[in-house]
Design a protein around this ligand. Structure first.
Ligand code: HEM
Length: 504
């Protein structure tokens, strides 16, 4: 699709614009569909697939032309062929010709920046090498232990209330707590930081002040690690052999924090929504036919946290999905439409268990380097939440749920739930829906000596909150282990190994 010199969008007079519902609504010059005017992007992608096949022409705001890559194979080919397709928007013809203005609503996604996401070739290797090596030293068992503790801490804030919004009070908090910890600034995780990240991504009026708040924290961190490197992501980034400048360190801390934050918030919200609204899905989880990591993977197929990536750009004239692509054309990496390509998923209801070939993390040289961290935050966090609140249920009609959608992503606005109010728990303990007995303070071999008469008993450490009576509905509560089933036996070596492995 050679970018054409279209006349400016519409007439500016709403009376002359086709109203919503009219077949011409949402169409621009050349009869092409305007993606940003679609009421339902998923439906539009299917219309485009039916009309044009796996690569379709469409329009962005200001009628800027863009190919939408809808086919699974075509998306994979594009991301894996850096000789033909690049993430460097400086070669994009509509930008070079001034058709895309600096205030174009998609510029925050598209404008070139000196970061690994937009770099190519040796420069990409240098920047990405520093980022991947900063993340590679992670001990995942230790990470899961931290995720469980952050989850416990966050659930403690609302468990006594009996109701919560799992997007605003859980999904939007957990990834921020864990990422601040991993970057090396655990004390910066607070409500203000969550609000600032949320604002920055939403682009509200306070987005500039919020962005400044995030950047100040990251600058303080970068300066502190230059002076005194520690074993965390920031410390490993400043000491990496690639020799990143102060600006490069700050910008990559930002990319890691915000990319991780937005995607993981969406992923947790999406999985929890399905658990709460699809009884079959929940029954499979409760019955052990599906694990939480498998539920996360299914969600990455059905509702990828980023629906598209803006964008790839053709370096030379080429062909994709039977279309002639000119040098300088822009192409949208279609993650959501690629994941439902009927050539690979003829039956969308069929389980994708064990199949990780979805496009949720992109692919090729830019494939997401943080995917295992994102998966761990989502599955360990959701597991901990469900252990604490096994009777959690939706507190509104399913059709009252609302999403905030853009071309790049779809974000559940709220997930109101109810459950039996429960006491807070010691965050160092295994998440559970019943109070866990305090650990023994000492190991005894043989029969412990009774405490001298009148001597005070040692308190459990850290001090436990007062337990409150817990009522769990019969359907949700785990039944007491039946004698003879083996579950009532003392923990065996395998269970002790599992406890060690899972980190609590
Ligand atoms: C479930 C969570 C996540 C999803 C769905 C996700 C998805 C993606 C996608 C689609 C891309 C672009 C790939 C492309 O351009 O072809 C990307 C890039 C990236 N992601 Fe993630 N991501 C997630 C979590 C994370 C986490 C936790 C981190 C860091 C700890 C992270 C760091 C990055 C970075 C640094 C890039 C740029 C890589 C490059 O351009 O070379 N992501 N991610």
């Amino acid at each position: 699709m050679t970018p054409e010199r279209h006349s400016p969008t519409g007439t500016g007079d709403p009376l002359l614009e086709p109203p919503p519902g009219c077949p011409a609504h949402g169409l621009g010059p050349g009869g092409l569909h305007r993606l940003h005017e679609a009421d339902d992007l998923e439906e539009l992608y299917e219309t485009l697939r039916a009309q044009h096949g796996p690569v379709a022409p469409a329009l962005l705001h200001d009628d800027v032309p863009m190919w939408v890559v809808l086919g699974h194979a075509e998306n994979l080919h594009m991301v894996s062929t850096p000789a033909q397709f690049s993430r460097d928007s400086r070669i994009w013809t509509p930008l070079k010709e001034g058709m895309v203005k600096p205030d174009h609503p998609l510029m925050p996604h598209i404008a070139w920046q000196p970061i690994c996401s937009h770099a190519e070739g040796d420069e990409h290797k240098r920047l990405r090498g520093a980022v991947t090596s900063a993340m590679s030293g992670l001990d995942f068992r230790e990470l899961r232990r931290h995720i469980k503790r952050y989850s416990q801490r966050i659930v403690n804030r609302f468990c006594e209330e009996g109701r919560a919004d799992l997007v605003g009070q859980f999904a939007e908090h957990l990834p921020m707590g864990v990422m601040c910890h991993l970057l090396g600034m655990p004390d910066d995780y607070d409500d203000r930081m969550v609000e600032a990240a949320r604002d920055t991504l939403k682009g509200t009026e306070t987005a500039i002040a919020s962005h400044a708040h995030v950047m100040e924290a990251l600058s303080r961190l970068a300066t502190a690690r230059r002076a005194d490197p520690q074993d965390d992501i920031a410390g490993r980034l400043v000491t990496h052999a690639a020799g990143l400048s102060d600006d490069e360190v700050r910008e990559h801390l930002r990319v890691v924090l915000l990319a991780a934050y937005e995607a993981t918030v969406n992923l947790i919200g999406n999985v929890l929504r399905v658990v709460l609204t699809d009884p079959g899905f929940r029954a499979q989880l409760n019955g052990g036919q599906m694990t939480v990591p498998e539920a996360v993977e299914q969600s990455l197929w059905d509702e990828p946290p980023f629906s598209t990536v803006l964008a790839y750009f053709a370096k030379q004239e080429t062909e994709l999905g039977g279309r002639r692509i000119r040098a300088g054309d822009g192409l949208l990496l279609g993650i959501a439409p690629g994941n439902v390509d009927p050539r690979i998923r003829p039956d969308l209801d069929a389980s994708m268990m064990g199949n990780r070939a979805h496009l949720a993390f992109g692919g090729g040289p830019h494939e997401c380097p943080g995917q295992d961290i994102g998966r761990a935050i989502a599955d360990a966090g959701i597991d901990a939440l469900l252990m604490r609140l096994p009777d959690v249920r939706l507190d509104c009609d399913e059709d009252e749920l609302r999403w905030r959608s853009s071309i790049a992503s779809r974000h559940l606005v709220e997930l109101p739930v109810r459950f039996e109010p429960r006491a807070q728990q010691d965050i160092m303990q295994q998440p559970s829906h019943t109070p866990v007995p305090a650990p023994r303070d000492t190991w005894h071999v043989g029969i412990p000596k009774p405490a001298p008469h009148g001597a005070p008993r040692m308190p459990a450490y850290p001090p436990q909150p007062e337990p409150v009576p817990v009522t769990v509905p019969a359907t949700a509560a785990a039944p007491p282990p039946a004698p003879g089933t083996g579950q009532d036996r003392p923990r065996g070596a395998w269970q002790r190994f599992l406890l060690w492995w899972r980190g609590y």
